[in-house]
Design a protein around this ligand. Structure first.
Ligand code: NDP
Length: 248
């Protein structure tokens, strides 16, 4: 499908996993895509080359979502190259576990998770909004953990994703008068480096879904593409679970 012809997309954390699939899908739909990454430069460069070979413009920017100045610079570089942003996808995120009663918990890791998953999303939206016009889209990748905590050790992570869902509702109200929609996709278990379908932990996770399996990155990207398109023009402030029925 070509639902995003000549749109400009900006995706955080696009070098691997769900983010890379989103970048590919938005480009397949006709968008030019800028994306950020932190460590995976070879994957980022390969993805830029892949998109360029299809005729789409692509830009990979090293920018840590935990660093507000880096986020602002990445948005500025995107606007300098492409002129505006039509679709913002907040995808970059960390998953750091630990129970609240663990005296040896790594509090710096907790702070880092908050900085990337919450402050980074808010900073990206603040930086990008001046360049998003009527018909624009803001789509964040939350987690079903934003609505439920099915096992111990994930309180900090699920709290960050609940914050993203709450921000989504607030931003939908803030930006509705400008014709910008704001939604959050809550993935369930998706096979990536963060949550491999081959881990010891995976069978129990798959068994907890109605469909009895992990999700694929393309299944999240397809939902992003739909929300980014004109077909989703009356959806805003919504939380959309893409989880194989994990939440059913
Ligand atoms: P991966 O760890 O597989 O990939 C993460 C991507 O984000 C990489 O491209 C990575 O780039 C980038 N990234 C990580 N930290 C930063 C940062 N500080 N600044 C910029 N980019 C960064 O994760 P997934 O693809 O699995 O997850 C993507 C999103 O989906 C996350 O928000 C996650 O919380 C959410 N999610 C994932 C689920 C799953 O089961 N996989 C379930 C529910 C939600 P680099 O390699 O360069 O560091």
């Amino acid at each position: 499908m070509n639902r995003l012809t000549d749109k400009i997309a900006f995706v955080t954390g696009g070098s691997r996993g769900i983010g890379a699939s989103i970048v590919r899908r938005l480009a397949t739909e006709g968008a030019d895509v800028a994306f950020t990454y932190t460590h995976s430069a070879p994957q980022a460069e390969a993805l830029v080359a892949e998109l360029a070979s299809t005729g789409r413009r692509a830009l990979a920017i090293r920018a840590d979502s935990g660093n507000t100045a880096a986020i602002r610079a990445a948005v500025a570089e995107t606007v300098a190259q492409f002129g505006r942003i039509d679709v913002l996808v907040n995808n970059a995120g960390l998953f750091i576990t630990g129970t609240v009663d663990d005296a040896a918990a790594d509090l710096a890791a907790f702070d880092r998770q908050l900085a990337v998953n919450v402050a980074g999303v808010a900073a990206t939206v603040r930086a990008a909004v001046p360049f998003i016009g009527e018909g624009g889209r803001i789509i964040s990748i939350g987690s079903t953990g934003g609505s439920r905590a099915p096992f111990p050790g994930i309180a900090d992570y699920v709290a960050t994703k609940a914050a993203v869902a709450a921000y989504t509702r607030g931003w939908a109200r803030d930006l509705g008068s400008k014709g910008i929609t704001v939604n959050v996709i809550q993935p369930g278990n998706i096979d990536t480096d963060m949550n491999p379908a081959t881990s010891d932990f995976a069978p129990a996770q798959a068994a907890g879904t109605a469909l009895g399996r992990y999700g694929r990155v393309e299944e999240i990207a397809a939902t992003v593409a739909f929300l980014a398109s004109a077909e989703a023009s009356y959806i805003t402030g919504a939380t959309i679970n893409v989880d194989g029925g994990q939440s059913a």
